[in-house]
Design a protein around this ligand. Structure first.
Ligand code: PRP
Ligand code: ADE
Length: 179
């Protein structure tokens, strides 16, 4: 019998206590990526609401959002645009500061990564406080993207990220939550 999506993802995601800081339960998707069936299932679930919507670009957030976002872009026949930690992109960028569950950082994207009015889906592995995704939304909107949705494999609902994005008018899709 086919296991439920939730069972498949729960079995494939590894939890590491106290990484990268004491008190953090790190949800490690490398085990999911290494499991061909779980990886395919996660990608299929992420993309299916967007098939046929003529999505122009997938914006993937460094680093784990690159892996998932690349697969989602391929499946939707969309382009891929990287949103990166500062200082990694070679051309002119737009930049924004943000905070996350365990620190502060800045991220940027190429200013021509998306053309005004293009339909974009934001992809990352996990939403926690939503600070990272909120920063990505600000960057994308600065250059005129039409953000259709943001999707994540994992939600940490206690940290309120979904509400933060929805307050910005971005529909959020997640596959599994960890309290
Ligand atoms: C993780 C995760 C998300 C972000 C979520 O990335 O992949 O991008 O944190 O946290 P937030 O919702 O509280 O902002 P991280 O910053 O650890 O970077 P990495 O993928 O490069 O390891
Ligand atoms: N990013 C922010 N919080 C995280 C967590 N608990 N596990 C994995 N990535 C994260």
């Amino acid at each position: 019998m086919k296991s439920s999506l939730e069972d498949t993802l729960l079995a494939a995601i590894r939890t590491i206590p106290d990484y990268p800081r004491p008190g953090i339960l790190f949800r490690d998707i490398t085990t999911l990526l290494g499991d061909a069936r779980a990886f395919r299932r996660a990608i299929d679930e992420l993309v299916h609401p967007y098939a046929g919507l003529k999505i122009d670009k997938i914006a993937g957030i460094e680093a784990r959002g690159f892996i998932l976002g690349g697969a989602v872009a391929h499946q939707l026949s969309a382009g891929f645009v990287p949103i990166r930690k500062k200082g990694k992109l070679p051309y002119e960028t737009v930049r924004v500061a943000y905070s996350l569950e365990y620190g502060l950082d800045e991220m940027e994207m190429h200013k021509d990564g998306v053309s005004p009015g293009e339909k974009v889906i934001l992809v990352d592995d996990l939403i926690a406080t939503g600070g990272t995704a909120e920063a990505a939304v600000k960057l994308l909107r600065q250059i005129g993207a039409d953000i259709v949705a943001a999707c994540f494999v994992i939600d940490l609902p206690d940290l309120g990220g979904r509400q933060k994005l929805e307050a910005l008018g971005v529909p959020v899709r997640t596959l599994i939550g960890f309290e």
